[in-house]
Design a protein around this ligand. Structure first.
Ligand SMILES: Cc1ncc(COP(=O)(O)O)c(C=O)c1O
Length: 398
């Protein structure tokens, strides 16, 4: 029997592959420090877990409407209205099983074979995977270290054509920690004005993890809300990756199609997680917990960036958001995939090659600092010891 041809175009998320390799080494008795997976190591705030348990006891264990319980849609609409300073109607919200389906459904709903989609590179690998699956023409826009891990907005303007259907933005960004500023956004919006039929998928899953200034959504710029999909969810903000609860804010004209895709795929998100989402998005205790996690991430950020900068051949910029450090490793003389393997096998530290996020990720590694200070410090020490292996390359290629 043969698989359908289109399946060969579906990619994957390498973090899970590196995790599998790391687990194999652990099964052989090696102690691995996990800096590959992008999930907060904190427990889900207690008030949210309590709300879910209460919901189960009250019988919230059945199907809900596909777009979600109206109370959950209302909570998400209020949360986005408040945090993005825009007016969102609950009817524009679709509750999804994690944030990922928002990108899948949006691409499925909007993109025909051959349509051009501008996609940051390096970026979250699922964008490219789904775009390839659909047969889109991916137009990469390079994320540049020298632009604080943003793209050049003049270059962006040049990539827009009458065939462009969708632009993907991700701020704060995975894997670089880059954050688009209001000035960047203004330039993007101004370029998009010439192409009124281009939609934007704005992945804002890390919106609460910003260390300087405030998160800015492209949807808050005049004329943009009606052509923007905001992807958000509970996974990163509230340390709830395993709960699988996300949501999208869609232009009114798009919401019915997204709901239909939900009917055709998962029917709805679990009822009691939707109830927990209301507590997450509106509870005072959840907001406090988010602030506490952010303070801890900020401490770790400093430690990991300082540590990475002490490793021969590495240089690391201070990320402005999310919980990833993205050091430049070009002076080690090794390729990113080789260094990823060496560090895993010989230092027992799992991290990701920048190429897991696209070809412009060559020359970089991604380290998630969603791990304890103790483990981060240990990981840096181990890599420092291992660096004798590439020190020669550094001295001969300064
Ligand atoms: C940029 C980005 N968007 C979306 C997601 C998916 O989030 P979720 O786990 O809620 O599906 C991730 C997860 O790593 C991510 O990094």
């Amino acid at each position: 029997m043969k698989l359908a041809q289109r399946i060969s175009r579906l990619g994957t998320e390498s973090a899970f592959e590196v995790l599998a390799k790391a687990r194999k080494l652990e099964a052989q008795g090696k102690e691995i420090i996990h800096l590959e997976i992008g999930e907060p190591d904190f427990a889900t705030p207690k008030n949210i877990a309590k709300a879910a348990k209460k919901a189960i006891d009250e019988g919230w264990t059945h199907y809900t409407p596909s777009a979600g319980l109206m109370d959950a849609r209302k909570a998400a609409a209020e949360y986005i209205s408040k945090t993005r300073e825009i007016k969102v109607d609950p009817e524009e919200v679709v509750i999804t099983v994690g944030g990922k389906p928002v990108m899948f459904y949006t691409i499925l709903a909007l993109i025909d074979e051959g349509d051009e989609v501008i996609c940051p590179n390096p970026s979250y690998p699922i964008y490219e995977s789904v775009l390839n699956f659909i047969g889109a023409k991916i137009v990469p826009i390079q994320i540049l270290e020298e632009q604080n891990f943003n793209f050049n907005t003049e270059e962006f303007e040049k990539l827009l054509t009458p065939r462009t259907k969708l632009v993907i933005l991700n701020s704060p960004a995975n894997p670089t920690g880059g954050v688009l500023t209001a000035q960047d956004m203004e330039k993007i919006v101004s370029a998009l004005k010439k192409y009124p039929d281009v939609a934007v998928l704005s992945d804002e899953i890390y919106s609460e993890i910003v260390y300087e200034g405030k998160h800015v959504s492209i949807a808050s710029f005049p004329g943009m809300k009606d052509r923007t999909v905001i992807l958000d969810g509970l996974s990163k903000t509230f340390a709830m990756t395993g709960w699988r609860l996300g949501f999208g804010v869609f232009p009114k004209w798009l919401e019915p199609t997204i709901t239909r895709l939900t009917v055709n795929s998962v029917s709805c998100a679990a009822a009691f997680t939707q109830k927990a989402a209301i507590e997450a998005l509106t509870g005072e205790k959840s907001a406090k917990a988010v602030k506490k996690m952010l303070r801890e991430f900020k401490k770790r950020r400093k430690i990991i960036v300082n540590g990475l900068n002490e490793i021969p051949g590495f240089s690391c910029k201070m990320p402005k958001g999310a919980f990833y450090a993205f050091p430049n490793i070009k002076n080690t003389g090794l390729t990113s995939p080789d260094l990823e393997t060496l560090i895993l096998n010989e230092a027992g530290v799992a991290c990701l090659s920048g190429t897991c996020f696209g070809r412009y990720g060559e020359g970089y590694l991604r380290f998630s600092y969603a791990n304890s200070i103790e483990n981060i410090t240990k990981a840096i020490e181990r890599i420092k010891q291992l660096s004798v292996k590439w020190k020669t390359a550094v001295t001969s290629n300064p």
